[in-house]
Design a protein around this ligand. Structure first.
Ligand code: 8DG
Length: 153
């Protein structure tokens, strides 16, 4: 159908928003999640810390900047582990996921978020649907089943 063809061309032409995301892993394996601040799309949803790349930034640079801005911590080395995409009504995002095992500084919620160290399976919800694939992989690494909630996707 013509309308569908036009819609899919529009989707194909839609520009990706590049996002750096940090999976902070504590010595006991717990993962850091925080809530999205008021005023942003999906406010109150749980997510891994991170944010959009600014012009000229690498993923690692953006992640380092975002974690200082949001949490007040300086991260050690961060390499991209997985890259995923999610098509939200507000944006088509490409998520660059980095596992981070070292950081310095005290956690300070600089944007009024809540934070929680979580073992898998998570006991916080709702979680941003764009994070489901990595939750699946992280769960597989630990031999745990992950079932994405159907209502949020
Ligand atoms: N930080 C983060 N973003 C995620 C995750 N999963 C997921 O789909 N996203 C999406 C949601 C947003 O569309 C995008 C991140 O953009 P953002 O608006 O939070 O970034 P930002 O802090 O740079 O925002 P801004 O205030 O500068 O606009 O990535 C996740 O686990 N963590």
């Amino acid at each position: 159908m013509v309308v569908e063809a036009v819609a899919s061309e529009a989707a194909a032409a839609r520009k990706h928003t590049e996002v750096a995301v940090g999976i902070l892993v504590r010595h006991d394996g717990a993962l850091l999640l925080s809530t999205r601040p008021p005023g942003k799309p999906y406010a109150g949803y749980w997510e891994f810390p991170g944010g959009k790349l600014e012009v000229g930034e690498t993923v690692e640079q953006a992640l380092r900047r975002e974690l200082v801005e949001e949490l007040g911590v300086a991260i050690g080395p961060a390499e991209v582990w997985k890259v995923t995409e999610h098509d939200y009504p507000h944006a088509l995002v490409r998520l660059h996921w980095c596992k981070v095992h070292a950081w310095t500084g005290e956690f300070e919620m600089r944007e009024g978020q809540a934070m929680a160290w979580q073992q898998l399976p998570l006991d916080v919800s709702p979680v941003l649907p764009g994070a489901y694939p990595v939750l699946q992989w992280l769960s597989e690494e630990r031999g745990i089943a992950f079932v994405p909630p159907e209502s949020d996707s």
